[in-house]
Design a protein around this ligand. Structure first.
Ligand SMILES: [Zn+2]
Length: 99
């Protein structure tokens, strides 16, 4: 259990929102992983990464989903880049700090 806790602390934190039931969860996982399945309503591929700040609330229209997916993917990539950048800075900070 202790080992697990240590691992959790090092993991980046992500907010996810379920498109199906609206459940918002905080998930810890690696930067290249994603969480897609909702544990609340047990649906698959409904979880979308969100920022903790209010994000553009998606309307629940189904048409035109395909064109939106590309845009969203781009946003997620940008988001990940930002997170990566922040993490690198954090790591640097830790490295330079004498222990
Ligand atoms: Zn759900």
């Amino acid at each position: 259990m202790t080992r697990m806790s240590n691992l959790m602390i090092q993991m980046p934190r992500y907010n996810y929102e379920c498109n199906n039931c609206g459940e918002i969860v905080v998930v810890f996982h690696g930067i290249e992983e994603t969480c897609t399945d909702c544990k609340a309503c047990e649906q698959k591929d409904t979880m979308k990464k969100t920022l903790s700040v209010p994000f553009i609330k998606k309307t629940h229209t189904v048409s035109g989903v395909n064109s939106k997916v590309g845009e969203l993917t781009k946003e997620y990539i940008e988001m990940n880049k930002e997170i990566l950048k922040q993490q690198k800075q954090d790591i640097k900070k830790e490295t330079y700090e004498p222990s």
